[in-house]
Design a protein around this ligand. Sequence first.
Ligand code: ZN
Length: 75
Amino acid sequence: MAGRNERCSWCGIQLAVPPEVCAIWCAVCFGMTLVRPNDPFIQAQNSFSHVTSQFRGFMNTFMKASVNSNRAGGI
Ligand SMILES: [Zn+2]
């Protein structure tokens, strides 16, 4: 089995990473380290979370706007 060594993003210790994983849980500091940063699957995950945060911002704007419009209609 051809494992790799990756450095923990949190404590910097060397972790033995099996070839099929894209993230590893550090046994020392319990931090999650993403490996293979050029992997398209990980990039897709990052862009998805970015879109999700944008969507949450949009929902907040939408809810505030509807409150304002209701208030304006009540006057
Ligand atoms: Zn660590």
